[in-house]
Design a protein around this ligand. Structure first.
Ligand code: UD1
Length: 385
């Protein structure tokens, strides 16, 4: 074992709910190589509610963060700036050899900018994804983070093509597969034993949930929930679908705030078959999705998880940065046009699932590949010295 001074210091950043299932396997793999690495976890506090953060750390056995920056919610500029200021203070103290950022949230962008200004190497996990829609904050975060990164770890082949088209040096780009599937596979046994269907059915005796007879809904994108106009469209869609099937809806705090603000909460509550629940933890959510007939969502990661679980997914967006879930997986892009969404729901309810494939390298070994690449690159650097 090397002494502490000789070990490589790795900082891993997490901030928002979709980050936790991506950093879990990485943390575990870096810690498995504790003779080489000193691994430090920094939680920015972008998400802070128990259901949005701590519950996930617990579900995924992620060690307590070494630093919690407690930035909370704010406008994009303010939130990003607050993360940058707080992260810079910590990073000047820690002075890591590498900062690992995942996904496309504001924490990803903010920490990548800080590291790059301090000449600290950056690894971006889930690099290369593009929706080609710059009105999405995540697209800006992806483009800037990729342009600053030294290691670009790609989850699907479209990422390789996008980075090539942007002229990124191919020596920095590695196709390693989907890190979220590492988490999903490692939790399969626990997910199988999870009792969420029963506990939701107990809570609401009129709405018993039976295997493959209900849908799961998640919605939080600004384009879907921030205006009266979009909420009206969503409400009308849900009104029609809920006449055909039960819908379980774990509601994101952002969406709850918006539907209250635009006076939709009562209307949603009055839809008989719409079962609104608090945001669920990782294990409960995956179990609920796995046993559902289909999922209706505007999330990024859920498009991938449903593809892996072979559950049909209707994505209520105009584009996706994860095209493999459509080409090979179970995903359909349905937008917000009511007749289009309802047509797809009818199709799913009346037909067997489309044949789908698990995309290449979504095999549970992504963290292993990433850490191996970093070890090899450290060894090459040391030989050069
Ligand atoms: C963020 C990510 C998005 C990701 C989503 C998953 C960015 C730009 N967006 O969006 O890519 O899909 O997380 O959840 O980083 N709130 C709470 N409690 C919390 C967190 C948020 O009440 O623990 C509420 C606050 O009112 C806040 C709002 O949700 O203003 C939005 O939170 P924010 O982190 O800015 O973005 P998300 O919409 O969650």
């Amino acid at each position: 074992m090397r002494n502490n001074e000789m070990k490589k210091k790795i900082v891993i950043v997490a901030g928002a709910r979709p980050n936790f299932m991506k950093i879990g396997p990485l943390m575990h793999e870096f810690i498995r190589h504790k003779n080489i690495f000193n691994t430090i976890l920094i939680h920015t506090g972008q998400h802070y509610d128990f259901e949005m953060s701590e519950k996930f750390l617990k579900d995924l056995n992620i060690p307590k963060p070494d630093y919690f920056l407690n930035v909370g919610s704010a406008s994009h500029a303010t939130q990003t700036a607050k993360i940058m200021v707080a992260f810079e203070k910590v990073i000047l103290n820690v002075m890591p050899d590498l900062v690992v950022v995942v996904g496309d949230v504001n924490s990803t962008l903010a920490c990548a900018i800080v590291a790059s200004k301090l000449n600290i190497k950056i690894a971006h996990v889930e690099a290369g994804l593009r929706s080609f829609d710059r009105t999405m904050p995540e697209e800006i975060n992806r483009i800037v983070t990729d342009s600053l990164s030294d290691y670009l770890f790609v989850s699907e082949e479209s990422g390789l093509m996008n980075l090539k088209a942007e002229g990124v040096n191919s020596k920095k780009v590695y196709f390693v597969g989907n890190i979220m599937i590492d988490t999903l596979l490692s939790k399969m046994n626990i997910i199988a034993k999870c009792n969420i269907l029963n506990s939701l059915s107990m809570r609401d005796k009129t709405n018993k949930l039976k295997l493959k007879t209900y849908a799961v809904l998640t919605l939080h994108r600004p384009a879907n929930v921030d205006s009266n106009e979009s909420l009206t469209k969503i409400y009308n869609i849900l009104k029609t679908i809920s006449q055909k099937t039960k819908i379980v809806y774990p509601i994101h705090p952002r969406t709850k705030k918006m539907i209250k603000k635009h006076n939709f909460l009562k209307k949603f509550e009055l839809l008989n078959n719409l079962i609104m629940v608090k945001p669920l933890g990782y294990i409960d959510f995956i179990k609920l999705a796995k046993d559902s007939r289909f999922v209706l969502t505007d999330s990024g990661g859920i498009q991938e998880e449903t593809t892996f679980l072979k559950v049909p997914c209707l994505t209520m967006r105009d584009n996706t940065e994860r095209p493999v879930t459509i080409k090979k997986g179970t995903n359909y892009l349905v937008g917000r046009n009511k007749s289009r969404v309802v047509r797809h729901v009818d199709y799913i309810l009346n037909n067997s699932n489309k044949r789908s494939q698990i995309p290449k390298l979504w095999d549970g070994k992504t963290a292993e590949r990433i850490v191996r690449i970093i070890i090899n690159s450290c060894n090459t650097e040391e030989r050069r010295k």
